[in-house]
Design a protein around this ligand. Structure first.
Ligand SMILES: [Zn+2]
Length: 157
C-alpha cells in the first residue's frame, strides 16, 4: 500500500474547473448555493477509504468542480454525500471513476469522463441522456470514444 497519494496538480484542477465551466457539481441540491466552483472534488476518494492508485486519483476523470463549502459537505453530510453518489460526483470504492456516469449540471445530461493516458482521447463525453432522476450507481457505460457513449440503466430494484 502506497503511503503517498497526491491530489490534482494545479493544471489538472484548472482543467476540471474549465470543463465544468465553474458550475458547482452539486447545484440544485439543498445546501448548495449554486455559486462559483473553486475546487476540484475527488470522485473516488484518495488514500484511506479510497484509492491508492495515484494515476486514477489524480486524473481529470476523477474530478468535478465544486464550491468550497460543498466539497466540505460531501465529506461531512451523509445526505449530501448520498446525493453526490446519485449524481456520480462521488464514486464508491470498487468502482472506477471512468465507468460511473457523471451528471453534468453544465450540460444538463449524463456524461462519461474518460481518463488521459495510453494516448487515448480523454475528457468529457456527452450521452444525450437528460433523465436527471436516474441514479449513477444504476448506470452502465456503453460505447467508446469512437462510437460515442450511452448509458444502460439497470432496472430499479
Ligand atoms: Zn455547491
Amino acid at each position: 500500500v502506497s503511503a503517498t497519494v497526491t491530489g490534482f496538480s494545479p493544471e489538472v484542477r484548472d482543467g476540471i474547473l474549465d470543463r465544468d465551466q465553474n458550475l458547482c457539481a452539486m447545484a440544485g441540491t439543498p445546501g448548495c448555493r449554486g455559486g462559483q466552483a473553486t475546487e476540484a472534488n475527488h470522485r473516488l476518494n484518495r488514500g484511506m477509504g479510497g484509492t491508492d492508485d495515484v494515476v486514477i486519483s489524480s486524473d481529470p476523470a476523477n474530478g468535478c468542480a465544486v464550491e468550497h463549502d460543498c466539497n466540505w459537505r460531501l465529506e461531512h453530510s451523509d445526505q449530501f454525500a448520498e446525493e453526490g453518489r446519485r449524481r456520480g460526483v462521488k464514486v464508491i470504492l470498487g468502482s472506477r471513476p471512468e465507468d460511473v456516469p457523471y451528471w453534468s449540471g453544465t450540460f444538463r445530461q449524463w456524461t462519461v469522463l474518460r481518463p488521459a493516458g495510453d494516448g487515448r482521447a480523454s475528457g468529457m463525453f456527452l450521452t444525450g441522456d437528460t433523465d436527471s432522476a436516474r441514479d449513477a450507481r444504476d448506470g452502465v457505460v456503453c460505447g467508446s470514444v469512437e462510437s460515442g457513449f450511452s448509458i444502460e440503466w439497470k432496472e430499479a430494484a
